[in-house]
Unconditional design. Structure first.
Length: 173
């Protein structure tokens, strides 16, 4: 009988330990599943955010492309665009002159003429005409068929780009 009484506490301890281990395993499993679920939820939400951002960027890119396509100020050659720009500056139509620049540079170009003296304009257009007639262009479509950029570096630095609609625009002078 004493052996039986001694076995009961041992059995109770063993049962307690087994139940404790099962409970501990259950809690650990629930915590892991919860963490995994949280991870998957945040991953899903972040994926949705990235997809939304991609849609917005694609929309902005399409809007920018439409602006570029509809921009008709400029010539079919870099030289033609530069000549149109020089003519506008000589006439004092700085608003028109600024339209021969790429979209992001127009406002800066327009402001650059504020307070310009007739002497400055004469010297400036003289340099531009000299550049136009110099044949110092690099990456010219005449030299490299399919070129989409054009540079002149003497006597004044001029950089131009071919828009997708076939119009040449000034990047910087």
């Amino acid at each position: 009988m004493e052996d039986q009484n001694l076995e009961q506490p041992k059995n109770k301890k063993i049962k307690f330990i087994i139940w404790f281990v099962i409970l501990l395993f259950g809690v650990i499993t629930i915590v892991n599943l919860s963490l995994f679920g949280w991870y998957k939820l945040t991953q899903y939400l972040n994926t949705k955010k990235v997809q939304q951002l991609a849609k917005e960027l694609q929309k902005q890119q399409e809007e920018q492309y439409q602006k570029v396509i509809s921009d008709t100020y400029g010539g079919k050659t870099p030289q033609e665009t530069l000549k149109m720009y020089i003519d506008a500056v000589e006439k004092g139509d700085y608003e028109l002159a600024s339209k021969y620049f790429i979209e992001g540079k127009r406002e800066k170009e327009l402001k650059s003429f504020e307070g310009a003296t007739p002497e400055f304009i004469k010297k400036y257009t003289s340099l531009l005409n000299e550049a136009l007639n110099s044949n110092n262009g690099y990456f010219s479509p005449e030299q490299i068929p399919g070129a989409k950029e054009f540079y002149i570096d003497n006597p004044i630095y001029i950089r131009m780009v071919l828009y997708p609609n076939g119009i040449w625009k000034i990047i910087e002078i």
